[in-house]
Write a protein that binds this ligand. Structure first.
Ligand SMILES: CC(C)(COP(=O)(O)OP(=O)(O)OC[C@H]1O[C@@H](n2cnc3c(N)ncnc32)[C@H](O)[C@@H]1OP(=O)(O)O)[C@@H](O)C(=O)NCCC(=O)NCCS
Length: 218
C-alpha cells in the first residue's frame, strides 16, 4: 500500500520505516532461517522473488508493512536526522493484510528476526504504534484487527493477548488460533484447553499518541 511509503514512526526503542529496496538483502538473509519460515508460515524466496514481493508490499492495496529499526540508545531527540535514521539497524517487520479491503478483517503479523533482539520490548512497542496507526490513519475499526498464529507459538500469542486480543477460535485441524482485538472482553467463548496460557496484564495501545513521533523517510 502506498499510504505509508514515506512515513516514519518514532518509538522509544524501535522506529517504523517503509519497506524499501535497500532493506531487501537483510530481509532475504533473515528469511533463510527455517525457524522464521515456519513461525511466519512463509515460503523460501529467491532474492529476485523477494524484490518482487517488496514491490507488491509497496503497491498492493491489501498490504501494509513497516520495517523495524532499533533506535540508537544514544539518540537525544525523538525525530532523528536523516543520516542517523538511515544508519539504524534492522530488527524486524510488522505488517497488515486486508484480504477483503477495509470492510473486512485486517490480519496483523510481527517478527523480531534475531533471538538476541527478542524479549527487549521491541515487538510490544512496534505493534502498539502500528495498531494505533492502522486504527487512526486507514482507519480500520479496532475490532477488525485479527491475528492467526500457530498454537505452539506462545510468545506471539502472549504478545497479542497483552495488547488486548482474545482467542476467538482454536482451529485444531490447522493447529492454529485466531485472536481478535476486543478491548477488554473476556476470553470465555472458546475452548482453549491444551494451550499453556497464563494471565496477562493488558497494555492499552489505544491511548498511545503519535504526536511528535511521525516523520518522513526521505
Ligand atoms: C513473537 C515475537 C514477535 C515477540 O517479540 P519480542 O520483541 O521478543 O516481544 P517483547 O519483548 O516486546 O515482549 C512483549 C510481551 O510478549 C510476551 N512474550 C514475548 N516473548 C515471549 C516468550 N518467549 N514467552 C512468553 N511470552 C513472551 C510477553 O508477555 C512479553 O512481555 P514481558 O516481556 O513484559 O513479559 C518474537 O518472539 C518473534 O518475532 N518470534 C518469531 C516470529 C514469530 O513468531 N512471529 C509471529 C508470527 S504470527
Amino acid at each position: 500500500m502506498r499510504l505509508n511509503e514515506n512515513t516514519v514512526i518514532y518509538g522509544d526503542r524501535v522506529i517504523l520505516v517503509p519497506y524499501r529496496a535497500e532493506h531487501v538483502s537483510t530481509y532475504h538473509e533473515w528469511m533463510k532461517s527455517p525457524e522464521l519460515l515456519q513461525l511466519t508460515a512463509s515460503e523460501p524466496l529467491s532474492w529476485q522473488e523477494e524484490m518482487e514481493m517488496q514491490q507488491k508490499w509497496h503497491l498492493d492495496e491489501d498490504k501494509l508493512t513497516f520495517i523495524l529499526l532499533e533506535r540508537p540508545p544514544s539518540s537525544t531527540s525523538i525525530i532523528l536526522p536523516a543520516e542517523e535514521l538511515h544508519s539504524c539497524r534492522m530488527v524486524g517487520d510488522v505488517n497488515l493484510f486486508l484480504p477483503d479491503g477495509l470492510e473486512g478483517d485486517g490480519e496483523c503479523e510481527i517478527m523480531i528476526a534475531s533471538k538476541e533482539d527478542r524479549r527487549r520490548g521491541f515487538a510490544r512497542e512496534a505493534l502498539s504504534l502500528f495498531l494505533y496507526y492502522l486504527t487512526t490513519t486507514l482507519p480500520l475499526p479496532p475490532t477488525s484487527l485479527i491475528a492467526r498464529i500457530g498454537s505452539a507459538n506462545i510468545p506471539s500469542i502472549t504478545l497479542f493477548r497483552k495488547l488486548g486480543f482474545v482467542i476467538t477460535k482454536h482451529v485444531k485441524v490447522f493447529d492454529e488460533v485466531e485472536l481478535r482485538y476486543s478491548a477488554g472482553a473476556m476470553e470465555d467463548s472458546v475452548d482453549i484447553a491444551g494451550l499453556k496460557l497464563g494471565a496477562v496484564e493488558v497494555f492499552d495501545w489505544e491511548n498511545v499518541s503519535l504526536e511528535g513521533r511521525k516523520g518522513k523517510y526521505d
